[in-house]
Design a protein around this ligand. Structure first.
Ligand code: NAD
Length: 299
């Protein structure tokens, strides 16, 4: 293995510690409300981790768990209450929502100033216009950027002018990641399921971001020697070697193959996933600081 393996867990822990310190220094108690509708097991795990991180940061943390049968009107009423609650600075509605509920309506109902996921059209528009100082930026791309900066620092490189290829065009990861890389002067390509000759497109990348949801799709020979590889994918696959019925997590990148070629790479688990939660804490602190008319501390 030749690549530098980026330790997302360590960077995330350090970020969470800085968020906690900054909140204390400003005399703020940021409030985060996490709303879970239904009983999807993966969502329960994510929501639990978010609540624990908020407590670690000394935040006021509340969780609203609603039954699968909750109507859109009931959910909108809860969001209205949270929008008005001065002790709550960040509202996160865990996706996916049950099919009977229109997710876009729900996300649009969140006060953009409390939209710590960064999915409200106002925040999407601010990010697309490059007005990052007033936007709330989606957590996974924001965390990926921190790991990318860390890789550049360790490898002695600058992002300016690099060719970046993002595989995946979702609103949650691919598109906002493209805005962030563009703002840092990368030449950005967004590839997706209809891209022709994806291995050749990927092989042009100095920075390769995989956000697809297909286990180990990106092979070693798709990676340009020395490239920085950010693997956003989280896929659970069977792991019979661990015992019958056991599973393990892998990314969208075939890690061992890619690590032989890349300059730096994020592992799964222990890479981008941890950063997502840390950036949620950072966004909640930003929202709380802005609510008090303070500049958002940089963490
Ligand atoms: P999504 O399903 O919304 O989007 C996937 C994208 O991949 C689509 O734009 C699609 O065009 C593209 N795609 C699908 N098949 C492809 C193929 N064969 N070739 C090229 N492109 C293809 O997914 P998402 O929400 O962006 O999530 C992507 C992955 O990232 C998932 O594994 C998800 O679990 C993971 N994820 C991780 C975090 C984290 O905290 N690390 C956060 C969000 C998502």
């Amino acid at each position: 293995m030749s690549a530098l393996v980026l330790d997302g867990a360590a960077v995330a822990d350090a970020t969470i510690a800085r968020v906690a310190d900054a909140a204390r220094a400003l005399g703020l108690t940021p409030g985060l409300a996490v709303v879970l509708v239904g009983s999807d097991p993966a969502s329960q795990v994510y929501v639990g981790a978010k609540g624990r991180a908020a407590k670690l940061c000394g935040f006021h943390s509340v969780q609203h768990t609603l039954p699968e049968t909750t109507s859109e009107a009931e959910l909108l009423a809860l969001i209205d209450d949270l929008n008005r609650d001065p002790a709550i600075h960040g509202i996160l509605v865990q996706l996916p929502l049950p099919k009977a509920i229109d997710s876009s309506r729900v996300l649009e109902a969140i006060d953009p100033a409390k939209d710590v996921d960064g999915f409200h059209p106002v925040n999407v528009g601010l990010a697309a216009s490059g007005v990052f100082e007033r936007a709330l930026i989606p957590c996974t791309p924001a965390g990926s950027m921190i790991l990318l900066d860390r890789a550049c620092e360790l490898l002695g490189r600058k992002l300016d002018g690099l060719d970046a290829v993002i595989i995946g065009r979702s609103n949650i990861v691919g598109k906002p990641m493209a805005q962030l890389l563009l703002a840092r002067n990368c030449t950005v390509t967004i590839a997706h399921s209809r891209t022709r000759d994806l291995p050749a497109v990927a092989a042009r990348a100095d920075v390769l971001v995989a956000a697809v949801g297909r286990p180990e799709m990106v092979r070693g020979d798709w990676v340009k020697p020395g490239a920085i590889v950010i693997d956003v994918g989280i896929n659970r696959i069977p792991a019979p070697e661990k015992g019958e019925g056991k599973t393990r997590l892998v990314g969208d990148v075939a890690f061992d193959e890619a690590a032989r070629v890349a300059g730096a790479i994020t592992p799964v688990p222990g890479g981008v996933g941890k950063m997502t939660i840390a950036m949620l804490m950072a966004n909640t602190l930003t929202a709380a600081a802005r609510a008090k008319g303070l500049a958002a501390p940089s963490v």
